[in-house]
Write a protein of this length. Structure first.
Length: 70
């Protein structure tokens, strides 16, 4: 993670795509997949074949990760 995540908005979706997670955490899509595979990021849920992350889990993870880095 390069910096702190973008602030949430009331119109933001509850389920995030990999592109949404990458944008929120300011990472590349490839890095999101890599960190998910190694357990560094929360696991996605699957809706059919599509992987989706819960926004609340990603935001909580990002806040905790930012606090550990300081």
């Amino acid at each position: 993670m390069r910096d702190r995540p973008l602030p949430p908005s009331s119109t933001d979706p509850v389920l995030l795509t990999v592109s949404d997670v990458a944008r929120l955490l300011r990472l590349s899509v490839r890095t999101v997949w890599r960190r998910t595979a190694t357990g560094e990021l929360p696991r996605p849920i699957h809706v059919g074949k599509a992987a989706r992350w819960l926004r609340s889990e990603i935001v909580t993870w990002a806040e905790g990760n930012r606090l550990r880095r300081k």
